[in-house]
Design a protein around this ligand. Structure first.
Ligand code: IMP
Length: 193
């Protein structure tokens, strides 16, 4: 099955393709002639996932899905949350975001955090939402070079390594996005039958 995924992030694409397996061929917006930035202007993960998927469906008429993810840190009242990509700057500057997160948690003993992903699927014009969550904690300094974003600072519960110290396969065993994508895949498999 071919399905359009609203991302041009190569890491995300790889993670999601690994969870979906060879039965699904993921297309990117660029593959379908969508080269402009896809709008995400909402104040919730659900709102942004939905806006991205609906936009892409409007532009292409194809079945598609979009995800939106936030890192929700307990001691920061759930920040950066929906603002995770642009926490420190207007761009997607992972280094600056991680530095700001550590600054804002300096001296803080409560390091609890979770990643939450929401996926919006538009299938035959109808929308379906899926959620994935992984609980964990933020450490004091970056560890590891795999993955992207806040991965070097996040250790999921039950592990002693950050996501950035894991292979894609290991991260996918527990990650927020993989959990949401497995729900999406189960839904797509069920309706294919
Ligand atoms: P997006 O909505 O999926 O693009 O995610 C927003 C921001 O959250 C990204 O720019 C990253 O900083 C962060 N993020 C999303 N997914 C992950 C992940 O799997 N690991 C670490 N950071 C992530």
């Amino acid at each position: 099955m071919e399905i359009l995924f609203a991302t041009n992030n190569a890491h995300k694409l790889m993670e999601v393709q690994a969870v979906l397996g060879p039965g699904f061929k993921l297309l990117t917006p660029r593959d379908c002639g969508v080269t402009e930035d896809i709008p995400e202007e909402q104040e919730t993960l659900e709102g942004n996932a939905s806006q991205k998927a609906r936009y892409l469906h409007g532009r292409t008429g194809m079945d598609c899905f979009a995800d939106d993810t936030g890192l929700e840190v307990e001691a920061l009242g759930g920040a950066p949350g929906v603002h995770s990509a642009r926490y420190a700057t207007d761009g997607h500057d992972f280094t600056a975001n991680n530095r700001l997160l550590l600054e804002n948690l300096a001296g803080q003993t409560n390091r609890r955090a979770r990643f939450r992903t929401v996926i919006s699927l538009i299938l035959k014009g109808e929308e379906h939402l899926f959620e994935g969550i992984v609980e964990g904690r933020i450490i004091d300094s970056e560890q590891g070079h795999e993955g992207f974003g806040y991965d070097p600072l996040f250790i999921p519960d039950g592990y002693d390594r950050t996501f950035a110290q894991m292979t894609t396969g290991e991260k996918n065993e527990v990650s927020h996005r993989a959990r949401a994508v497995r729900k999406l895949a189960a839904y797509l498999h069920a309706i294919e039958k």
